[in-house]
Design a protein around this ligand. Structure first.
Ligand SMILES: Cc1cc2nc3c(=O)[nH]c(=O)nc-3n(C[C@H](O)[C@H](O)[C@H](O)COP(=O)(O)OP(=O)(O)OC[C@H]3O[C@@H](n4cnc5c(N)ncnc54)[C@H](O)[C@@H]3O)c2cc1C
Length: 249
């Protein structure tokens, strides 16, 4: 059920040169019931007083696969001249913002019977997958399931939460974390690091409409191009799940 609430900033840190991680708590002290993959909306006004809102995927790694969280975490990529970017860039610990949620159907489904999930992200599009890790772990314990996470960024500094995903991959043999770097590789690239855009790396994993379900999140151009390629390759639309980070305008 969608709720409206006020969030208080309790912690924040820079994850990358233009991306900040925010941890909020509800002022009313209530937890938020959500499904990993869903997003919240932040409500505010333009300088002329006109109300507006922006969407942000919930990045919180919940303790249980499904349930409620007391901390609502998001990662925001600041856009020059952006209205929400300006608001959030200047938010201090203790400040409050109006919000609502949770929204969206970009979630995992327990009834899926696929052999593998291919999770594809660019930029802050990685955040819903962070929230999904506990659910994925439970699914991998329940049935035979592989997960490959392909994550596109320009350089190593722009990879968000990469140490967490790498640690999860080390602890879960069924999970692979594949950073795809388009401009600059690490000086000592790991065995699963690739050069190039996620779209270009994806064919290496031989996407198969018979056994795979694909999630696409982040840059709208990446999501549209990958969706079109996979649909052409015979994937049913129901097995191509998308969240496009389109601008509000
Ligand atoms: C479902 C959903 C989930 C989202 N989740 C996230 C998230 O987790 N993290 C996150 O950072 N964003 C996320 N977004 C995008 C976010 O909602 C805003 O669009 C973004 O923060 C820019 O808002 P703004 O008010 O700062 O910029 P605006 O005032 O909306 O735009 C200012 C200018 O910047 C341009 N612009 C807007 N976005 C971008 C961009 N990404 N790159 C380059 N130029 C841009 C606009 O075209 C405009 O010219 C999500 C969007 C959707 C629809």
């Amino acid at each position: 059920m969608i709720q409206h609430f006020t969030l208080r900033l309790v912690q924040s840190l820079m994850l990358a040169p233009t991306v900040r991680h925010f941890a909020f708590e509800r002022v009313d002290g209530e937890p938020l019931q959500f499904q990993p993959g869903q997003f919240i909306q932040i409500h505010f006004s333009y300088p002329d007083g006109k109300p507006t809102k922006r969407s942000y995927s919930i990045a919180t790694l919940p303790i249980a696969a499904l349930g409620s969280i007391s901390r609502i975490e998001i990662a925001v990529s600041f856009v020059p001249g952006g209205a929400a970017s300006d608001l959030l860039e200047h938010l201090m610990v203790g400040d409050t913002v109006a919000a609502s949620g949770p929204y969206g159907r970009f979630v995992l489904f327990n009834q899926d019977r696929n052999r593998r999930y291919l999770l594809v992200a660019t930029g802050t599009g990685i955040t819903p997958y962070r929230a999904m890790l506990t659910h994925l772990e439970a699914m991998m314990q329940q049935r035979e399931l592989e997960v490959v996470l392909l994550y596109g960024a320009r350089n190593p500094e722009e990879l968000l939460y990469d140490k967490e995903f790498a640690a999860f991959a080390r602890e879960h043999p069924g999970f692979r974390f594949v950073p795809c770097l388009s401009r600059q590789m690490r000086s000592c690239p790991g065995p699963d690091e690739r050069r190039g855009y996620v779209q270009a790396v994806l064919p290496e994993f031989d996407p198969n409409p018979e056994g795979d379900i694909v999630y696409l999140c982040g840059n709208p151009n990446m999501v549209d191009a990958t969706f079109a390629t996979l649909k052409e390759a015979g994937f049913p639309v129901a097995h191509l799940r998308r969240e496009k980070y389109v601008s509000a305008r």
